[in-house]
Structures are given as structure tokens and as C-alpha cells.
Design a protein around this ligand. Structure first.
Ligand code: SF4
Length: 728
């Protein structure tokens, strides 16, 4: 790409490729704002969009005398199901959190010592720009690393890294869902939604949805299961809330989910229960699959999983009987082992052979909506290859997201080249990445670290400069199209002015860009950006509508079956759903999922498994005062048998040790976990003293977790760590 400034009028263009999906859907008919809920003169109700998780529910902020008093759900977004979860409600406390970052700060003590000097924005920008320029002069732009996680303003941060010339942008997916995304893309050419509202039979492996992330589609499934409209089979070494509500719970031997799925496929094919018409019309590789799963019998799987063969057979029969309203749910945290990609592939294949693709109650390809784009001045492509060598080691992985753990290994080794500056937006690699000691080593090796965040995360605590971002209720963000079964356009506008000396990310990026000689790439305002996006929305008077309502949702029945036409080509090599994948084979991966048994823990150790609760789906939420009220610290779940052997009682402090770290936390002796595992929640044991509610409270799983990843996707394998437990 060249760097010539383009005529601004030419910058506006339609994202026309996605327009078709809108034509079958009509404008939403609900209107919160026609219900006469107008507020008193100095009070306001402002539509906005929640930022506390990726679901992006629509909300109405109630403002009284300039203070956000309440957040209500916005019923105009069908995807929100007229609800806000606990996290969504507690977003108010993000604004009024006494711990939040209130002005830019530069470190004056040693890294992690917590000595800071409050500075002006100019000082903070000058300092960071000077350090970044020094690293660029010495190591080239590739000597800088740009880490971020999802958010409506993430685009500006990524663009600064690219305009700076760095190839090293790294995002959160390989610490989360990369294995799912890659497996479904490899099979169907896209990552679908799961129609939990209409499904009759759902199987979940470890994705503890009733407890770990309460979103509107979780409520769909809870409703279905509680009203006995849907059956839920749940596999997890731990008796979770989801297990308690499920029709059947199996405490599966950890790491063996793939064996269970392969045996289900075996039964379905052997008993001719697959959807023959669907398989013939839309898939490729069925014969190879049938041959491949012959050895994976239910009896074999019983030995691997400890789930009785007769139950595997029955579940396979019930699943295929319920198809196409049957789902092997993907979700987050299924197993997180080094075979995670192939386990996800097997789920996708099982779903495909019963013909639940693009069906009511099955998997549905996401409908999209068009929106305009603000076209900014383009920059040159980075000249250097990525430091994580993604092309060499993970040829199928998403290039723009990178592979976090491999990247850290390479940065620590200094190969293929040194990386000496680290910019971070809204992410906390200190807690998100396994093996905190290694992350600290990486931090120590940096000449410069700058962090943009709303709070002093552990990553910010070790930075050289922190840039306080305004919370989502204090800023206007880009417009987002939420693709899905019911696609929607959501808008987040400023509800209240920033109450501290903070800035939205775009203005922070612009402040840095001006000093780095990159101002022309960011020569626009958020209002201009948003206006450009409004221009191509399929909504009459889009700008007025979005400002007044905050959401536009397609209503009416979703049109299932759009891809089930004779001429439809899936975005795969063959144009079909690939049960056998030549593309995987060419990339050196197994073209069909091959099982290998997990290594069991030695007799004096336990496998460490992790999870979340709905109050704190993300580690940055444990310090929210409303959410923290519900759970003050994490503890270590341990089964009574090993607890007795080790003399451990509930409430006593135990020392947990892996090959990379040691923590101390309270024990919870409970029958609700297998004897070969221990469990802890994510998000506690913070190092930042400006996370006052969770500083040094409980323990961080990142201290214990060893570095391991899935071979194909690079997804962190969070459940491959063995620990010793003893009374402290
Ligand atoms: S599910 Fe909860 S946290 Fe997520 S967007 Fe909705 S209200 Fe916010």
C-alpha cells in the first residue's frame, strides 16, 4: 500500500458484500423510547451498549443530575433478551471506582514497586513517543509489540501499531477461543452461532454456561432446560451449576472429551443414524470419516473417559433422534488441552453429520448487516515477518491475532529478532497468560512498556507509563454490527462527561501519533468516523435512529437454510463442509481428528483445572465493588479422599505448587470434584495495589500454569498443569 493521502470523499464506501442478509429481515418493532419514559429536565435516559463482555447487550443509562444512577436493559435489541446481567449492571461502579486510573502516570520506582508520578497528558505522550522512537531507531518498528483485546475502540490502537510499522500485533484469541474459531472455519468455512433458543438436545463439554458467563443466550438454554423443552448432557470433572441443572452429568476423565465425541460419531455412522441426504449434498470426506472412527468404539471410549459405553450409545441415539435440533455446543473452555483444535473439529464433524447445519435449533451461519467505513490514510505494510513466526509454526492460525505463548517464547529468546517495547490496550497479559514468572521476565527485558486501561491492572502496575482511558459510559465509540442469528447494529454514545482526567482511546492514540509523526493517519474525530459508518446502514435516518435508540435490530424470523441450496459453496477448499480436510493435511495437521490419551498426573499430583463465575467472567472485574460483594476470594476445590490423605480441611490454607510457581489459598474440601483434579477460579491474587479488593487476596492461576499450547491453533492449553497440594 502507498501512503498518498486520498480525497476524503473517496474514503466512504459501502461494505456491500454483506448487504444481502438484511433484505429478509425487517426493522425492529419494539421501541423503549415510545413508552413515555422521558425524564425530568435535568435527568436523562441515554441508550448505550454494555462493554463488560463480548455479547454487547443494549442498555439505557439513567442519569440524574449528571450521575449515572442505573442501567436498564434496552428491549429493542432482541439479542439482549431485555436483560442485563450482574456484570452489566455493575458497570456503573467502573465509573465511580475509587481505584480507577484518574490521570496519566509515569513510573518513578522500580517496575512493580508501585511508585508513580502524576503527569500531564503532554508529558505522558512525550515520554512514550521518545521511548518508542528510540526502540524503533535501534531495532526497527518490528522491535515493538502491540497487545490488545476486543473492544469498540481497539481498532484505533491496532491501527497505531500498524502505522508505526510493526508486524507484531497480538490479540486475545489464543488465550481464549482460537481453537474453536479455527476448527469451525476448517470444517464449515465460517464460525456459526448456536441456536440454543430452539434446540432440543444440547451436549456441553466443560463450557460451564449456567455459571461462568451469563449472557442472554445462556438464559435461552436455562429456560429450555428448566421448562423441560430441551435436554442437556454435561461433561465436566467438576459438579458445576450447569451440572446441577443438566439432565445428565458425567464427571469425565479430564482431557478425554475427544474420545467421547469420536465414539458418538462411531455409533451414529455404524447405526446409520447420520443424515444421509445432508451428508451427500453438502459434505465431503464421509467415507474416510466412517473408516477413521471404526476403532473408536463406545467400549474403547469408556476406558478413556470413564463414561459407561451404554450411556455413550444411548446419548448418540438420542442426539441423532433430536437432530437437526441438536447441538454439541462449542463455547469457551471445553477442555483446553494440547489437542483442543482436534476436539473442536470432532464436535463440528459430529454436528455436521446429523445435518444440524443452518437449521432451527442447530448451528446457524451468522447473518450480517452492511455499514459504512471511514477510510483513513493507508500505511505501508510492515516489512519484517512476525516475531511469533506464525507462518512457519501455525500456518492456519489467524495472522492478525498472532499466537501469544509462542510470541512470548520468541521474545524471551531474542529470536528471530529483539522486541524491546510493549504497548498494551485493555489487556492484562500478567493474568491472561499462563506462567506469570515468564511474563515478568518478558517485562524485565523491555526497554519500554506503555499501558492504556481504565484501571491499574497488573500489567499496568509493571508499566513505565499508564494512559487512563475513559470508561465506556464516558465516551462515544465506533458503530458495531453484531452478526448473528438476529443481527443488530449497536451504538455507544457518551452518557456522562469524563469525571477524571481521562481520554477515550482514539484521543490517546492521536496524542501519541502526533508525536510519532503519524498524525495524518488519525486525522479525524470520533464523530466523523461514526457518521461515515451510519451512512451505509440499512436504516432510514440512520444517524437519528441510532442516537435516539442505540440499536437497530432486524426482526421477524431469521431465515434458516440460506446456505442449503444446490449452488452454495462453503468457504472451504472443496466448497463443501469438510469432514476430511485436505487443507489440514497440507498444513501438516491430521485431516481427521486423531485421539491421543492425556498424560495422567503422577500419584502425588493433581491436574489443575480452571473456571469462572458469572460475576467475574473477566479477570478485570474482580475489583468491581458490586461484583466483589458476591465473592471476595477464590479457593482451591479438592476432593475429600485426597484431602484426608493430605490432612487438609475446608478453610485451611494450602500451598499449591507447579513446576513454575507456588501460591497459597484456602481449601474447599468437596465431593463436587474428581479426586485426580483440583480447581480454582480465575481473576484473584492481583499484584496491583490499585486493585485494592483483590490485591494479594486468593491466588492467581497464571502463577501456576505451565506454558503449553494446542499444536494447530496455538491456543493456550490451560489444563495441562499438574500441581502438588499441601497444608501451608
Ligand atoms: S451479558 Fe452482561 S456483561 Fe455481557 S454485554 Fe450483556 S449485560 Fe454486559
Amino acid at each position: 500500500m502507498g501512503t498518498t493521502r486520498m480525497d476524503r470523499r473517496l474514503f466512504l464506501k459501502a461494505a456491500g458484500a454483506t448487504a444481502g442478509a438484511a433484505t429478509t429481515l425487517q426493522v425492529g418493532c419494539l421501541s423503549y423510547f415510545k413508552k413515555g419514559r422521558s425524564a425530568a429536565a435535568d435527568n436523562r435516559e441515554v441508550p448505550t451498549t454494555c462493554e463488560l463482555c463480548p455479547n454487547k447487550c443494549s442498555a439505557i443509562a439513567v442519569v440524574e443530575k449528571g450521575v449515572v444512577k442505573k442501567l436498564n436493559p434496552n428491549p429493542e435489541n432482541p439479542k439482549s433478551r431485555d436483560m442485563l446481567c450482574a456484570r452489566g449492571n455493575a458497570a456503573i461502579k467502573q465509573v465511580y471506582d475509587p481505584d480507577r486510573l484518574k490521570q496519566p502516570m509515569i513510573r518513578v520506582g522500580a517496575r512493580g514497586e508501585g511508585k508513580w508520578k502524576a503527569v500531564s497528558w503532554d508529558e505522558a505522550f512525550d515520554f512514550a513517543a521518545k521511548k518508542l522512537a528510540e526502540v524503533k531507531a535501534k531495532h526497527g518498528p518490528e522491535g515493538t509489540l502491540w497487545s490488545s483485546t476486543e473492544g469498540f475502540q481497539e481498532v484505533f490502537f491496532k491501527n497505531l501499531g500498524l502505522a508505526f510499522g510493526s508486524p507484531n500485533l497480538v490479540r486475545h484469541p489464543t488465550l481464549c477461543l482460537a481453537s474453536v474459531n479455527l476448527a469451525y472455519s476448517a470444517t464449515f468455512g465460517t464460525v456459526p452461532s448456536f441456536d440454543l433458543l430452539n434446540s432440543k438436545f444440547v451436549i456441553m463439554s466443560g463450557a460451564n454456561r449456567f455459571e461462568s458467563i451469563i449472557t442472554p443466550d445462556t438464559m435461552d438454554l436455562i429456560g429450555g432446560v428448566m421448562e423441560r423443552k430441551a435436554k442437556l448432557v454435561y461433561l465436566d470433572p467438576r459438579f458445576t451449576v450447569t451440572a446441577a441443572k443438566a439432565d445428565e452429568w458425567y464427571p469425565i476423565k479430564p482431557g478425554t472429551d475427544l474420545a467421547f465425541i469420536l465414539a458418538m460419531i462411531h455409533v451414529i455412522i455404524k447405526e446409520n443414524r447420520h443424515s444421509k441426504d445432508f451428508v451427500a449434498a453438502y459434505t465431503t470426506g464421509f467415507d474416510q470419516l466412517a473408516e477413521h472412527v471404526k476403532p473408536y468404539t463406545p467400549e474403547w471410549a469408556e476406558k478413556e473417559t470413564e463414561i459407561p459405553a451404554k450411556d455413550i450409545v444411548r446419548i448418540a441415539r438420542e442426539f441423532s433422534d433430536a437432530a437437526p435440533r441438536a447441538l454439541y455446543y462449542a463455547g469457551r473452555r471445553s477442555s483446553w488441552y494440547q489437542n483442543d483444535f482436534q476436539m473442536r473439529r470432532a464436535q463440528a464433524i459430529l454436528n455436521a453429520i446429523v445435518g444440524n447445519w443452518d437449521q432451527v435449533g442447530g448451528m446457524v451461519p451468522n447473518a450480517k448487516l452492511p455499514k459504512g467505513e471511514f477510510l483513513f490514510m493507508p500505511w505501508d505494510e510492515p516489512k519484517a515477518p512476525r516475531v511469533d513466526e506464525i507462518d512457519k509454526h501455525f500456518p492456519l492460525a489467524a495472522k492478525g491475532d498472532g499466537v501469544y505463548l509462542k510470541l512470548r517464547e520468541n521474545v524471551l529468546s531474542g529470536k528471530p529478532y529483539p522486541v524491546k517495547a510493549w504497548m498494551v490496550y485493555k489487556q492484562d497479559p500478567m493474568n491472561a497468560m499462563p506462567d506469570q514468572a515468564k511474563t515478568l521476565k518478558m517485562i524485565e527485558g523491555m526497554d519500554f512498556i506503555g499501558v492504556i486501561d481504565v484501571q491499574m491492572s497488573d500489567m499496568a502496575w509493571y508499566a513505565d507509563v499508564v494512559f487512563p482511558e475513559s470508561t465506556y459510559l464516558e465516551r462515544t465509540d465506533p458503530v458495531e454490527v453484531m452478526a448473528g442469528i438476529w443481527p443488530a447494529v449497536v451504538y455507544r454514545q457518551q452518557v456522562v462527561k469524563p469525571i477524571h482526567d481521562t481520554k477515550p482511546n482514539l484521543e490517546i492514540v492521536q496524542g501519541l501519533a502526533r508525536r510519532l509523526g503519524l498524525a495524518d493517519y488519525f486525522d479525524y474525530t470520533i464523530e466523523q468516523w461514526v457518521e461515515a459508518e451510519f451512512k451505509e446502514l440499512p436504516i432510514p435516518l440512520a444517524a437519528e435512529h441510532m442516537k435516539k435508540h442505540g440499536v437497530w435490530a432486524a426482526s421477524g424470523q431469521p431465515s434458516y437454510g440460506k446456505t442449503l441450496t444446490p449452488d452454495h459453496r462453503f468457504v472451504t477448499k472443496t466448497g463443501k463442509i469438510e469432514l476430511f480436510s485436505e487443507r489440514l493435511q497440507e498444513a501438516g495437521a491430521d485431516p481427521l481428528p486423531v485421539y491421543s490419551a492425556p498424560v495422567p498426573p503422577p500419584s502425588d499430583r493433581f491436574r489443575l483445572i480452571l473456571g469462572r463465575v458469572g460475576y467475574f467472567t473477566h479477570a478485570n472485574q474482580t475489583n468491581n465493588v458490586w461484583l466483589n460483594e458476591h465473592m471476595k476470594e477464590n479457593d482451591l476445590w479438592i476432593n475429600p479422599k485426597p484431602a484426608e490423605r493430605l490432612g487438609i480441611r475446608s478453610g485451611s490454607i494450602v500451598q499449591v505448587t507447579s513446576s513454575v510457581g507456588t501460591v497459597k489459598l484456602k481449601a474447599r474440601v468437596t465431593e463436587e470434584i474428581r479426586p485426580d483434579c483440583v480447581f480454582m477460579l480465575h481473576g484473584f491474587g492481583k499484584k496491583s495495589k490499585m486493585q485494592s479488593l483483590v490485591y494479594n487476596v486468593g491466588a492467581s492461576d497464571a502463577v501456576l500454569l505451565e506454558t503449553a499450547w494446542d499444536k494447530v491453533s496455538g491456543n493456550a492449553a490451560f489444563h495441562e498443569t499438574f500441581v502438588k497440594v499441601a497444608n501451608a
